[in-house]
Design a protein around this ligand. Sequence first.
Ligand code: AMP
Length: 214
Amino acid sequence: MKIILLGPPGAGKGTQARLLTEKFQAPQISTGDMLREAVKQGTKSGLQAQEFMKAGQLVPDFVVIGIIEERLASSDAKRGFILDGFPRTVEQAKALEGMFSRSGEKVDAVLNFRVPDEDLVGRLAGRRLCSKCGAGYHLDFSAPKKEGVCDRCGSQLIQRDDDREETIQKRLDVYKKQTAPLIDYYNREGVLKNINGVGDFKEIFKQVLAALGQ
Ligand code: AMP
């Protein structure tokens, strides 16, 4: 299965991506995760990306497209993948189409997660993750047993720089201006499936499977 997950920040794409990887044995390819790792390692792409990420803006297309092109060429992505957070602009979608047409592939489905703005702000502001193993928590919905400490590995929980209140609104604005046009783009291609992203993640996953004809 070759699936694209679309939706605003905080819509639950990452959670659904992880469930999909288990179901289809296909890798989750998250440009956000890859960029955060690149920043941590201080690579060239990381250095190009970090200021944009911190400000809640999109990293320039050429940087992200380069990263994805390399990632999709690796052997584990040949049979299928779950794209989480890419494409985020029409330019990126066109670049992806170019990569696919060269290799004769096509996307099976684009899942568009719909969540009202007022829910998104609370979801993002309460998000925490483990500084070591990356496990995700939420202060209201899935709090760790001990405040600030990862249940899984005991390391310190942190808040992503761009999950701070002052950056969240910026990210939502950027989504509306630069990423939301992809909804029409993929609708015209006939591959868009709308998913109601409000509610329990297991119920949402049922909708996802139904949308994929499973
Ligand atoms: P995410 O973890 O998907 O919320 O991404 C975190 C940040 O990484 C975004 O706010 C952007 O700054 C950057 N980013 C991730 N994916 C992309 C992309 N496809 N295009 C541009 N910037 C991206």
